[in-house]
Structure formats: structure tokens, C-alpha cells
Write a protein that binds this ligand. Structure first.
Ligand code: MLT
Length: 308
């Protein structure tokens, strides 16, 4: 009978589905690290994780029992996929479940930046009623640049249209005709987008191509007063360059949900004026967590029971 280890918190609906899965047993063992994690994984046929555990080569190598790991979420960057392949472990993800929640979070960050929501509330907490200080910007009629027009990027673009924004897009896998049908003006490069954007949001994985996609040179080219949002992966924006851009006044705002190293409690941006940051909450909604958990359990039980 195949057995499954659940390595990170999984929503109750996912656990209920595991309970009901024919011929599968499971154990929830969260917070494992190092040798404990490696040894635990050797006793199971399948594993489900979120981003809390790091399945490095050291952890996976030599595992002759584990057949599959499913990431309840999109990014599999916490799993060493080469090492998994060498050990014969299939790595799967659930790309659709948190699309809407992550897109909504990017929009929430854009609006929070535009209307100074976090510092304005903080000023009230500190006993100040300061209406002048928090003059904001309306997003209607402004231009949003979306880098990466996959599921999440497109969901952001359609919500931006609902806010009456003009949307520019960059995605090497989309044609201008496809984008045009979605009301997006496709540009040939990020560089072409920069002088025109009031807001920039990225929705790509972190790869060699996207690492430091926005650094000092790009901030030099960007429209003065632009606001930048990242709810995708830390490292796509160079944080030091963002801090310099804010300090010089070139950028009006930066909102980050993701960081090069997570957990992150110490970024050069924290505490700077014009910054609004959250601790990787893009997919943290009841709805998204239910959906990714259910999708993860369905994928894993199908794979363990039928090999497909
Ligand atoms: C994902 O990759 O699914 C998101 O970043 C959310 C998460 O890591 O939980």
C-alpha cells in the first residue's frame, strides 16, 4: 500500500482527500530538516510539500523508495529537480490553484502602494491624523507593464483592465496578435516597456534570464515615478537597485511579497518610505490553499496508484 508524507501544512480538504484515497496511507510530518528529513523521505512512496522544506540534492540522493514529490503550489524552486531525476523521483506541481489569489495580491500591492495604505494606517496607530502626507495616485488611466503573460500575468492584466488601466506586456512565448485580443500591447522587450510604465509587475519564475531583470541600468531607463511590484519570485528585482532608485526619487514605490532568501526579516527596503512588503502571502488564501492541496493529493494518488 503506497504511503505519503506531508511535509508542510496542507489544507484540511487535502487531508480529507488523503483519508478517502483508496489504498493510500499518510503521515503529516512538518518542520523536518537535514538528516531527519532525508531519513523520513526514505520511508515513503510519495511526498507533498509547499515551500517550507528544501529538498536539496543531499536530502534526495540515495533515496530508492520515494517515487514522486508534489509541490502544492507553482514554484518548484525548493526542490532540486536534477537530483530528483537522478534518484528516479518525479516532481510535479499544481500550477492553476493559486493563480487568482496571487494575481489579486499583486493588484492589492499596487493599490496599497498607490494609496499609502500601510504607512497611513501606521500613522493612525501612532496617534497622528495626517491627510496631507498621504496624497496618493489614481490607477485608472495609468499604464501597467506585465512581464510574463502566463496564467498569473494574464489574470493580473484582466484585473488591471477592470481598473481602467492600459496594459503593456512582455512575454517571449506570446504573439502580438494573441496579446492584442486580450487588450494587451505586446512589446518586443522589457527595455521597450520601461520608459512607458507607471507600474511594473513581474510574473515569471526566477531563472538565469530573469535574475536581476530590473537592476540599476533598467531603473535608469524606467519612467520617473514608477512603482514596482513583485509577487512572483525574489531576485527578479535587484533589491539594492530598488533601494537606490527610491532614495534618488526615481521610483515612487516598491511592493514586494517575495525575497531572494526566505524567510526574510532583513531587507534593505524594509522601513524605507514608499515601500510596502508582505511575507510571501500571494497564495495564502483559504481558496488557493484548498485548491492546491486538492490538486496535489489528486495528482499524487493517481501517480502512486496508476503510475500516470
Ligand atoms: C507558489 O509558487 O505556489 C507560490 O509562490 C506560493 C507558495 O510558495 O506557497
Amino acid at each position: 500500500m503506497p504511503s505519503v508524507i506531508v511535509l508542510d501544512d496542507l489544507s484540511q480538504e487535502g487531508l480529507d482527500l488523503l483519508d478517502a484515497a483508496p489504498g493510500i496511507t499518510y503521515e503529516v510530518r512538518t518542520g523536518l530538516k537535514g538528516a531527519e528529513l532525508r531519513d523520513a523521505l526514505r520511508q515513503f512512496d510519495g511526498a507533498i510539500c509547499r515551500s517550507g522544506v528544501k529538498l536539496t540534492a543531499d536530502i534526495l540522493e540515495g533515496n530508492t523508495r520515494l517515487r514522486a514529490v508534489v509541490r502544492a503550489g507553482v514554484g518548484t524552486d525548493n526542490i532540486d529537480k536534477d537530483a530528483a531525476t537522478r534518484a528516479g523521483i518525479v516532481v510535479m506541481n499544481t500550477p492553476a490553484g493559486n493563480t487568482i489569489s496571487t494575481a489579486e495580491h499583486a493588484i492589492a500591492l499596487m493599490l496599497a502602494l498607490s494609496r499609502n495604505i500601510a504607512p497611513a494606517y501606521q500613522s493612525l496607530v501612532e496617534g497622528r491624523w495626517d491627510r496631507k502626507k498621504f496624497m496618493g495616485a489614481q490607477v485608472a488611466g495609468k499604464t501597467l507593464g506585465v512581464v510574463g503573460l502566463g496564467r498569473i500575468g494574464l489574470a493580473v492584466a484582466s484585473r488591471a483592465h477592470g481598473l481602467e488601466m492600459n496594459v503593456l506586456g512582455y512575454d517571449p512565448f506570446m504573439t502580438a496578435e494573441q496579446a492584442g485580443k486580450l487588450g494587451i500591447e505586446l512589446l518586443p522587450s522589457v527595455a521597450d516597456m520601461l520608459p512607458r510604465v507607471d507600474y511594473l509587475t513581474v510574473h515569471t519564475p526566477l531563472t538565469e534570464e530573469t535574475k536581476n531583470l530590473i537592476s540599476d541600468a533598467q531603473i535608469e531607463q524606467i519612467k520617473p515615478g514608477a512603482r514596482l511590484i513583485n509577487a512572483a519570485r525574489g531576485g527578479i528585482y535587484d533589491e539594492a537597485a530598488l533601494a537606490a532608485g527610491l532614495k534618488s526619487g526615481k521610483l515612487a514605490g516598491v511592493a514586494l511579497d517575495v525575497y531572494p532568501e526566505e524567510p526574510c526579516t532583513d531587507s534593505p527596503l524594509f522601513g524605507m518610505e514608499g515601500v510596502c512588503c508582505t511575507p510571501h502571502l500571494g497564495a495564502s488564501t483559504e481558496e488557493a490553499q484548498t485548491q492546491v492541496a486538492v490538486e496535489a493529493v489528486e495528482l499524487l494518488s493517481a501517480y502512486l496508484n496508476t503510475g500516470a
